[in-house]
Design a protein around this ligand. Structure first.
Ligand SMILES: [Zn+2]
Ligand SMILES: [Zn+2]
Length: 409
């Protein structure tokens, strides 16, 4: 599947570097310094222009989304992969999407020094998302009860244009409309240079000064010296509470899950006993389960969409809270590549996947309020077999190729 490359320089020595869209931990091949990339809200990029020298460029903003769309529709949950862009100014004069022409071009971050006139996005991301959904929803059964988009990438791409008697595409140097529309004046469109939004910081442990560990796309960094974990905040790394479940096996890989506690006032789903009733699980309810708190469990790493829901649902039905150890596992960790925000976004779809009778819950799904209260990152051990990673206590398995694919989704 396609992904953009980003041209940048090492923040330490200035050596040129090519980043992936998902890169966060950057190790410079020249000076060896390791830094971590923080951003405000979402990345802003420009596509490089090929316009003749001297042309005054202006940039049109496009929302770009790459991720999974889950739809509770008819009797089941449908899922698909989306990789799409849509214009963020609602203008008929410019192409509606960035288009395929750009897939081979390298993006650049919009920096304070980046020159050009930047048209201000006037359409929120939700509007672009609704357009993507409308496009895909034509094939879905009705009614559509709820949709959730689990994003791997949400960004804003600015594409260059200029005026030369005609309105010109700054990449292809071709007119996009054959005459400049009457009364067209670029100054009439609201513009604003995007905020300074990225920052590289040294990837060292804020707790003890040791080098932090992670892979290039890790959203959580760990310190092997003081056993702490860190996630990106605004402008700094923030300490993250983590736990794991122990195993005696020497051959374990620890897979990260987000465990979320949420208030759901509209339905009875506060305890483990509530879950057994709501999912109609074949279990005799023990008295203590009436006070055992219920949590949503959602995957903390990228997989193919059909595995995302299967594993999140399986873990939520298992509620493996019993034996949590409040420290980091010593063994091999699968990097966290999905943030907790996406776990929160997935809660209703997980609920839709097990609630019974479906006809009673699904029509109410969009109106049910879910207020996330707290979260915890939990590493669950899976034992490495020939083709699969297996956790027999939880009766769950995941194909190893799914993990190796994950980075290319
Ligand atoms: Zn360097
Ligand atoms: Zn440390």
């Amino acid at each position: 599947m396609s992904g953009y490359k980003i041209e940048h320089q090492c923040p330490q020595c200035g050596a040129p570097a090519i980043l992936e869209e998902t890169d966060r931990l950057f190790k410079c091949a020249y000076c060896r310094v390791q830094s971590y990339l923080l951003r405000k809200n979402y990345f802003r990029y420009i596509l490089p222009s090929n316009a003749p020298a001297g042309k005054e460029l202006f940039y049109v903003p496009y929302w770009r989304f790459k991720g999974m769309l889950f739809s509770s529709a008819g009797n089941t949950i449908h899922h698909r992969f989306i990789d799409a862009s849509h214009q963020a100014i609602g203008s008929n004069s410019f192409p509606i999407s960035v288009g395929l022409r750009s897939q081979t071009l390298k993006l650049k971050f919009v920096l304070p020094k980046t020159k050009g006139l930047f048209l201000r996005p006037t359409q929120p991301f939700e509007k672009a998302m609704q357009i993507f959904k409308d496009r895909f929803n034509t094939g879905l059964p009705r009614p559509i009860y709820h949709q959730a988009h689990i994003g791997e990438t949400l960004s804003m791409i600015y594409s260059p244009f200029y005026v030369d008697k005609k309105l010109m595409d700054g990449i292809l140097n071709r007119p996009i409309v054959h005459n400049v529309p009457k009364n067209f004046d670029i100054a009439d469109l609201p513009s604003k240079h995007p905020d300074d939004h990225i920052r590289f910081i040294a990837a060292i442990c804020p707790g003890c000064g040791w080098n932090l560990d992670g892979q290039r796309d890790s959203l959580v960094l760990t310190c092997s010296n003081c056993q702490s974990a860190w996630r990106p905040g605004t402008g700094e790394l923030r300490r993250l509470k983590i736990s794991h479940i122990a195993t005696k096996s020497k051959n374990a890989v620890y897979l990260p899950f987000w465990r979320i506690k949420a208030d759901i006032p509209d339905i009875d789903l506060a305890t483990y006993a509530d879950l057994i009733r709501l999912a109609n699980l074949p279990k005799v309810i023990e008295k203590s389960w009436e006070t055992t708190k219920f949590h949503f469990w959602s995957l903390g790493f990228k997989v193919r969409h059909k595995d995302f829901l299967r594993l999140s649902r399986g873990m939520t039905l298992s509620q493996p809270d019993g034996s949590l150890i409040r420290e980091m596992p010593a063994d091999r960790l699968q990097p966290v590549t999905l943030p907790v925000t996406e776990a929160v976004e997935s809660m209703k779809i997980i609920l839709a996947s097990f609630a019974k009778p479906a006809q009673k819950i699904l029509p109410r799904l969009n109106n049910i309020t879910m207020k996330p209260k707290s979260f915890l990152l939990v590493y669950i051990p899976f034992i490495e077999k020939h083709h699969d990673l297996v956790n027999t206590e939880l009766n769950m398995s995941i194909n190893k190729t799914v993990l190796s694919f994950a980075g290319n989704l």
